[in-house]
Design a protein around this ligand. Structure first.
Ligand SMILES: NC(=O)c1ccc[n+]([C@@H]2O[C@H](COP(=O)([O-])OP(=O)(O)OC[C@H]3O[C@@H](n4cnc5c(N)ncnc54)[C@H](OP(=O)(O)O)[C@@H]3O)[C@@H](O)[C@H]2O)c1
Length: 277
């Protein structure tokens, strides 16, 4: 068991996907503060903020495109080969959701979500695995508390996160006996661009960030680094989210789906053409 700074100091290369906003940006900023000398790479379509200009390598990539992902992985392999001795740490964080009845949503967007939230994580991890195994290190995958139960109105999104949760826990066992560990992070509602890009008109959280279920991206980043340093395989952020995850995974799945549907229906907004409430 170590502190985040002790753990991160073992790394020679740290890779974050989706560092241009929200949780990924908070991860990058915290990591840069703790280990400014590490080689830190970001993969997303747009650049992280100015804080990254001097101290990180931005590789512009649409991770839902497997050809673009392969090119980025090749660039990363070169960076890792040239880096000094040390371990390798990969954060698969990029992802998005899409809110509404499945029939009202774009099928193309759902498939693109599967490409980003699932396929890109498996693909990038597989492409970097030889170097991970050789150097040792970690793979951190950002799932969600949505992964613990079916999520009506976010049906595809919740299912992608159930995949990430189960896949990462299984991968950790597969990697037992190697120098690579995994961590799956399940945040609950977190202040970021997520809700806007998922089609929520108003995020289901209080504007002043007080007292609700939600957390800041910075808090999620700090909890993630702390869990990583402690060698935990699973992090559900905060006790309220832990209660939701417990309820979602312990109660009969059909009942949980109905209750979840009723809650998510309340948040439903007229975001789709002709969509009825
Ligand atoms: N916010 C929440 O309440 C919450 C709760 C549980 C889990 N999560 C998960 O946390 C992760 C981070 O989300 P966030 O809350 O920080 O949302 P966010 O602020 O919307 O950030 C999403 C990140 O994903 C990147 N991304 C989106 N499409 C991409 C693509 N095609 N290729 C590469 N990168 C792409 C975005 O970068 P570009 O647009 O520049 O490409 C952005 O940096 C996601 O996996 C999300 O599902 C969020």
């Amino acid at each position: 068991m170590s502190t985040p700074i002790e753990y991160l100091k073992r790394m020679s290369v740290i890779i974050v996907t989706g560092g241009s906003s929200g949780i990924g940006s908070a991860l990058l900023q915290t990591i840069i503060k703790l280990v400014p000398n590490a080689t830190i790479c970001n993969l997303s379509r747009s650049k992280p903020g100015v804080f990254f200009d001097e101290c990180g390598i931005h590789i512009p990539t649409d991770l839902s495109d497997s050809i673009a992902l392969a090119a980025a992985a090749q660039q990363l392999q070169g960076i890792i080969d040239e880096a000094g001795p040390g371990e390798l740490l990969l954060f698969n964080n990029s992802g998005f959701g899409d809110y509404g009845r499945f029939a009202d949503l774009s099928a193309g967007k759902q498939l693109n979500m599967i490409d980003l939230n699932i396929k890109a994580i498996v693909d990038l991890t597989a492409q970097l695995l030889p170097q991970l195994l050789q150097r040792g290190g970690g793979v951190v995958n950002i799932a969600s508390i949505a992964g613990f139960q079916p999520t009506p109105y976010l049906a595809t999104y919740g299912a992608t996160k159930a995949f990430v949760l189960n896949w990462t826990l299984a991968l950790d066992e597969d990697l037992r006996g190697t120098k690579v560990r995994t961590l799956v992070v399940c945040p609950g509602p977190t202040r970021s661009n997520f809700f806007k890009s998922a089609g929520f008109e108003t995020p289901p959280m209080r504007a002043d960030g007080s007292g609700g279920l939600d957390m800041s991206s910075e808090a999620v980043a700090e909890l993630t680094l702390s869990a990583l340093a402690k060698g935990k395989p699973l992090l559900v952020t905060g006790w309220k989210n832990q209660c939701i995850a417990w309820f979602g995974s312990k109660f009969p799945i059909v009942a949980v789906t109905r209750i979840g549907g009723a809650i998510l229906r309340k948040m439903r907004l007229e975001v789709h053409q002709g969509g009825s409430k």
